[in-house]
Design a protein around this ligand. Structure first.
Ligand code: IVH
Length: 680
């Protein structure tokens, strides 16, 4: 229902939904929707109430903070209300807020910028310097007594240090309890080992660990604390600015986040927010924004409060990295080695800067551990440059009777049995002639990381397979170009080019041929090592496992795999056909690659026509360069294919790093030089 049709009804609906989600988040520590989806509901309601003030009710969630405390814990009445913060979700909104502050004050305003820690708000009470009580925020007036649980957190001082020899008779300190990322990962590893449900994120894990009946459980989970505010102080120093409060708290032994900065202009505030939006994942804990506060306490008094938040502070929220969406289905794709990889088909959702519709689920165990089922609402996360992942299901929204997903027993392409070798986590299609495997093998053989046959990309390979002309890489060399000429889209020039590219591939180094043969575990580096050590394909084919293992730089797993590959009659037959076609089998076929990229760093994003991501990165590393997965100041160039990561592109543009297309990349690899302007 749209708010335009019937705003009163829509407002009621929204209030009910928001109350429900408040309870899931604050009381049960098991949210059903992402923060971004929740914020969207609150914004919609606030907008209706703004345009129809008569629809605003005193108990509307827009007027309240958090959620009522749970009956599980003893209620604690806060001495002064714990308020919430208004949000800005764009830099424009942030700057507009800042300008409002300056206009209202009519004087210079200094702003304190603090990281917005994604944890649980906490009030700590100290009497004569001793920790006596900890309470959650609850609904802002009444929270939950979690004293014994918080006592187990090492970062929370149990006794305040005197500052200038004085200990206040009473202090209420506020801050955020959080779970560091490393502790979160270790906890989830433990949960997986014990076949327990995984926590979706550090916030849920932290909140769940804190709100335990048994403090021993809290003690076993590593929680920490950052302090950001004084609620009340009796018998202590008087402060005139927030930064003085923080200095005092730091001196009294409370942990103060080292990234807090004081600025005297909005440009610097803006730059601070931009910086942390880009670098949030450099921190060992999660943040979801920046809190900007007016520093001067007299100015704060002038600005005052709305019903639920101070006017003198705002939370700049980063764009969301987690969203909820529908898992439409789980499918399995077959790679060139026959590996069957399950992947999620999602209702497309915009998250972490791009739209995500597909996401790998890696293998059978991962699906079982996450227990995601087609029909589930799932949490999708795309953090920074990391590939998108399905974090887990929202179990409370699972339709009744939704069956568990089972790994198929048959290959979806050729219907041969799928088999999971004992002790391995991957499952394989057992049919070496499976069309999906065949296509994968030929694509790989022709790719730039292997035999580099220009013009023989995925689409052409598929077309030729459909015509029955290609069954394996050997068939490339017996293609009938007269027949190719009968296909639509193949003119004289493209056929000449393809013929020349195939011809040229016959002279590729032995190491490229080894890569192209698609021997399990043998990549570019291993192929170069092998070609250089044994010198020709016949020696490699005839080598025993011992001889292969003796090659420096080749591990026993690769040695075994190479030996098994050439023991196979079908593979030997393929090699003979390639020999008959005149391919180069001889060394010294592994010229060391020129180290022309030494000292430079190239990031590859998106899909390139002739390169798999691994092959492109290997080509960079093989030439002495670095191929990290994220863009930073140290990046020399970003190579962009189809569907690049938006975050990487934006960052490259912001940092003024050259962006290369595939041709520019080829130029860089060949010459070690950046292409001239116009080529990138
Ligand atoms: S100040 C009256 N500072 O964000 C202002 N809050 O969305 C009180 N938070 O309830 C809050 N980091 O749980 C403040 N540096 C920070 C914060 C912070 C995280 C949380 C806090 C608050 C919520 C508001």
């Amino acid at each position: 229902m749209s708010s335009l049709d019937n705003p009163a009804q829509r407002a009621d609906e929204l209030r009910e939904q928001i109350r429900h989600h408040n309870q899931r988040y604050h009381e049960l520590d098991e949210p059903e929707i992402s923060d971004a989806d929740y914020d969207a509901l609150v914004r919609e309601l606030a907008l209706i109430e703004e345009t129809h003030p008569e629809l605003q009710t005193p108990d509307s969630p827009t007027q309240l903070v958090g959620s009522a405390p749970s009956a599980q814990f003893t209620p604690v009445e806060h001495r002064s209300r714990m308020m919430s913060l208004d949000n800005a979700t764009s830099f424009d909104e942030l700057v507009a807020w800042g300008k409002r502050m300056e206009r209202f004050i009519g004087d210079e305003v200094s702003f304190i910028c603090e990281l917005k820690i994604d944890g649980v708000a906490m009030s700590l009470l100290y009497e004569d310097g001793l920790f006596v009580r900890a309470a959650t925020r609850g609904d802002g007036r009444v929270g939950e007594d979690v004293t014994e649980n918080v006592r187990t957190i090492a970062a929370v001082p149990k006794k305040m240090k005197p500052v200038k020899k004085v200990v206040p008779s009473l202090v209420e300190v506020r801050g955020e309890v959080y779970m560091p990322l490393a502790a979160f990962e270790a906890l989830n590893e433990q949960q997986a080992k014990n076949e327990q449900r995984l926590f979706a994120n550090p916030r849920n894990a932290g909140a769940g660990s804190l709100r335990q009946k048994d403090p021993k459980i809290t003690a076993s989970r590593e929680l920490s604390f950052w302090t950001y505010q004084i609620g009340e102080i009796v018998g202590g120093p008087k402060f005139t600015a927030h930064h003085e409060t923080l200095d005092f708290l730091g001196a009294a032994g409370f942990p103060i986040n080292p990234e807090i900065r004081l600025f005297d202009n909005l440009d610097d505030v803006h730059a601070f927010c931009r910086h942390w939006q880009e670098h949030r994942h450099d921190l060992p804990y999660e943040i979801d924004g920046v809190v900007i506060k007016v520093d001067d306490l007299a100015q704060r008094d002038e600005l005052g409060f709305t019903s639920k938040a101070p006017r003198w502070a705002i939370a700049y929220k980063f764009p969301p990295e987690e969203r909820t969406t529908l898992l439409k289905d789980i499918m399995v794709s077959i790679g060139r080695t026959g590996k069957a990889t399950p992947f999620a088909m999602l209702e497309p959702v915009f998250v972490g800067g791009s739209t995500v519709g597909l996401s790998t689920l890696h293998n059978e165990d991962q699906v079982r551990l996450k227990d995601v089922r087609p029909g589930d609402t799932v949490i999708v996360r795309k953090a920074g440059d990391v590939i998108p992942e399905v974090v887990g299901p929202v179990v409370s929204l699972r339709p009744e009777g939704l069956p568990e997903w089972r790994f198929p027993t048959e290959c979806p392409v050729c219907h041969a049995p799928l088999v999971r070798p004992e002790g391995e986590s991957d499952t394989y299609c057992t049919n070496i002639d499976c069309p999906a495997q065949r296509q994968g093998r030929i694509d790989h053989f022709a790719s730039r990381g292997a035999m580099d046959i220009e013009g023989l990309g995925e689409r052409t390979v598929r077309l030729f397979i459909e015509q029955g002309w290609l069954n394996d890489p050997g068939d490339i060399y017996t293609l009938d170009f007269e027949k190719v000429a009968t296909l639509e889209g193949f003119g004289e020039i493209s056929i000449d080019n393809l013929r020349a590219a195939i011809e040229a591939s016959k002279q590729r180094p032995l190491s490229s041929l080894l890569v192209g043969l698609n021997i399990r575990h043998l990549g570019g580096t291993g192929s170069r090592v092998l070609a250089k050590a044994l010198g020709n394909l016949d020696r490699i084919m005839g080598a025993s496992v011992e001889e292969l293992t003796a090659v420096e730089g080749l591990g026993p797993i690769i040695a075994q795999s190479v030996h098994e590959f050439f023991a196979d009659e079908g593979h030997r037959d393929l090699v003979e056909r390639l020999r008959a076609a005149g391919l180069n089998f001889e060394g010294p076929a592994a010229p060391d690659l020129p180290q022309n990229l030494a000292g430079i760093s190239v990031v590859v994003t998106g899909t390139l026509d002739g390169w798999s991501r691994e092959a492109a990165e290997e080509a960079i590393k093989g030439r002495g360069g670095k191929a990290p997965s994220s863009v930073s100041k140290k990046t020399t160039a970003v190579v962009v294919g189809e569907g690049p990561g938006a975050a990487k592109l934006t960052k490259a543009q912001e940092l003024g790093i050259p962006v290369l297309d595939e041709a520019g990349f080829a130029h860089l690899l060949d010459t070690g030089e950046m292409p001239a302007a116009g080529q990138d």
